[in-house]
Design a protein around this ligand. Sequence first.
Ligand code: GRF
Length: 204
Amino acid sequence: MRRTPVAVFLSGRGSNYAALAAATAAADYPAEIVAVLADSDAEGLRRVPGIPGTAVERREYPSRAAFEDALDAATRAAGAELICLAGFMRILSPAFVARWEGRILNIHPSMLPSFRGLDTHARALAAGVKLHGATVHLVTPELDDGPILAQAAVPVLPDDTAETLAARVLAVEHRLYPAALARFVRGGGPVSGEDAALFSPPVP
Ligand code: GRF
């Protein structure tokens, strides 16, 4: 079985990257991680033994375009055909997205199109929503706005803080992202609502 080579871009601790890497350990998983790149010396670069991480430091480049050229070159040099954003905290330019059109996935910690952007858990609590969750989507030039590939929901509980809610969402992210990537690579298209429910834990 040919495995689709994937580059992971991250900026932080890399727990979703670790979940993707763990999934690729299965012999029948249809993708492999060939590069992990960060925009700084992020903790996540060292998260998975055996996959060397590369920092492409934004401050070492005179412009966003030059920085993105370096990201693009490193991704292509590794032979990647897809990019998975996993907590990558920079907005990619329309030019970069166009170069990789339909081949960049992202995971966002909300049920899009609700709560695009940052601080999703605190904003969900403030809004009083009773379900929250995570979305895997294709990246387009608009922030957190591309076609939805898969979603999972979690309950919001009465005593939740942003931290407890984030932890509940993160646990489903780690199941959702590998499943969504596998399905995308296999050409399965977006996960249907019925399938999406498989990733959502039961309400306690
Ligand atoms: C996750 O919540 C992800 O949804 C968001 O950034 C966070 C990254 O966490 N895009 P980690 O670095 O994967 O642990």
